[in-house]
Design a protein around this ligand. Structure first.
Ligand code: ATP
Ligand code: MG
Length: 431
């Protein structure tokens, strides 16, 4: 007999298994509540977008566009398409396409899978998930502060204490041009110390050299001309004002002059939330983007967080454990009992309990094994004897040494609801 080969998932693209569902649900619920608390509304954009959107919206000389995009040609009509590597460009495209800013600024949020062809490692995958918020049409530092506070509230709600905030200002385009010229002159004077990536970027995007992860270049980068020294009055005031607001809310932050972010469209405020040396969330202001994508120019700011990285932190903070699959597991044996059990399970579901009805045959012993594994609070038993007497056996599965009780089938709903009201709607079972 020939062995049939198993098909494995794509490298760097993960299955989220039921044992992890609780973390994802917890994060999703917390995100939805926090977004609502700040008046952000959900937007859902397609996973596939025209490749040109990202080339224009993220910038040609970026890691993402240079080497991380899953791009392909639609074989049916020749369109150049890409699996979204991030969602801001798609949100802005949708906002322009549907003229969402016609009646004023908008607060939007999204979540979903993103795709980048990177080398998979812990916290870095080829399909990963982001949650993001975009405040569109707001020019002032109050909006920058708002999205930062929103993040802080989310960390608090999730019980994550070890995430720290770094901020910087990238100034405005003319200020960056002046800084850029100074940077090019500086790196030209040290061209022997640049790695291949840096040399290639020296004239196309010298700012990105500051973002290098190459340890050999850290000293060089440390001593490079600082953008802060090139900021004009307005940019400085914007940055100062943001800091005043953050201080007034007691949000600790560190100014990191080397913080430039990977995407090219940022101006003024940029920020990152860092935990254990890993960036879990990045954001900032991107006033040029709407205009760059063909919309009526409007200022904007936002952030994106990496769901897998946040979930790693949640896992590290919380006790381990697994979600129960249900509240009640119904065990039954015999044809008449089976029909009674079917009706009972439906009645309990009507009342809001999560119920697994044993499917298939099986000894009581093997059924109880399943009941135990489901982590249900209680097993209800209808055997031939119970069926004949219109009664139900009750066994509390989480109480050591609990014996079996017997309750009239007609009364069991109320009886059980009385004793279990605490667990109803406490969890929604599996996603
Ligand atoms: P990094 O410097 O780690 O590559 P980035 O600057 O490319 O991050 P952004 O594009 O700003 O990241 O994305 C925002 C967040 O999304 C990151 O802070 C991170 O938490 C998450 N993220 C980015 N790329 C990945 C990935 N390949 N796998 C998992 N999470 C990711
Ligand atoms: Mg990256």
């Amino acid at each position: 007999m020939s062995k049939i080969e198993k098909i494995r998932g794509v490298r760097g693209m993960n299955d989220v298994l039921p044992a992890d569902a609780r973390w994802w649900r917890r994060l999703e619920e917390s995100v939805a509540a926090t977004m609502a608390a700040y008046g952000y509304q959900r937007i859902r954009t397609p996973i596939v977008e025209p490749t040109g959107l990202f080339v224009r919206g993220i910038g040609e000389v970026t890691d993402i566009v240079e080497k991380e995009m899953y791009s392909f040609v639609d074989s049916l009509n020749g369109e150049a398409l890409t699996l979204r590597p991030e969602c801001t460009a798609g949100v802005v495209r949708a906002v322009i396409e549907h003229n969402l800013l016609y009646d004023g600024p908008k607060r939007l949020w999204y979540t979903g899978p993103m795709f980048r062809h990177e080398r998979p490692q812990k916290g870095r995958y080829r399909q990963f998930h982001q949650v993001g918020a975009e405040a569109l049409g707001f020019a002032g530092p109050d909006a920058d502060c708002e999205v930062i506070l929103l993040c802080q509230r989310l960390w608090d709600d999730l019980g994550l204490a070890g995430i720290s905030l770094e901020i910087n200002s990238l100034g405005q385009p003319p200020e960056r041009v002046a800084h850029r010229e100074a940077l090019i002159a500086y790196f030209e004077a040290h061209v022997d110390e640049l790695d291949a990536d840096a040399r290639r970027r020296l004239h196309s995007n010298p700012l990105r050299i500051l973002d290098t992860k190459n340890p050999v270049m850290q000293g060089l980068v440390e001593a490079a001309p600082r953008l802060a020294d090139f900021l004009g009055e307005e940019s400085r005031a914007h940055f100062e004002s943001l800091q005043t607001m953050l201080r007034s809310r007691n949000i600790p932050f560190r100014i990191n002059p080397r913080l430039v972010r990977g995407l090219d469209y940022y101006n003024l405020t940029v920020f990152e939330w860092v935990a254990d040396g890993l960036t879990v969330c990045g954001g900032g202001r991107y006033d040029p983007l709407i205009g760059m994508l063909g919309g009526k120019p409007a200022p904007a700011c936002g952030f994106a967080l990496g769901v897998e990285r946040i979930i790693e932190l949640m896992r590290a903070e919380a006790d381990s454990g697994v979600d129960p699959a249900c509240d009640v597991y119904v065990v039954h044996q015999g044809e008449a009992a089976g029909l009674l059990a079917l009706g009972l399970a439906e009645r309990l579901r009507d009342r809001g309990l999560d119920v697994i009805l044993h499917c298939g045959e099986g000894s009581f012993k093997s059924q109880f094994k399943r009941a135990d594994a489901s982590l249900a609070t209680v097993a209800l038993i209808i055997g031939e004897e119970e069926a004949a007497g219109s009664r139900v056996g009750v066994k509390w599965l989480r109480e050591a040494g609990a014996g079996q009780q017997s309750v009239a089938l007609a009364d069991i709903d109320e009886w059980l609801i009385d004793r279990m009201s605490g667990s109803i709607d406490e969890h929604t079972g599996d996603d």
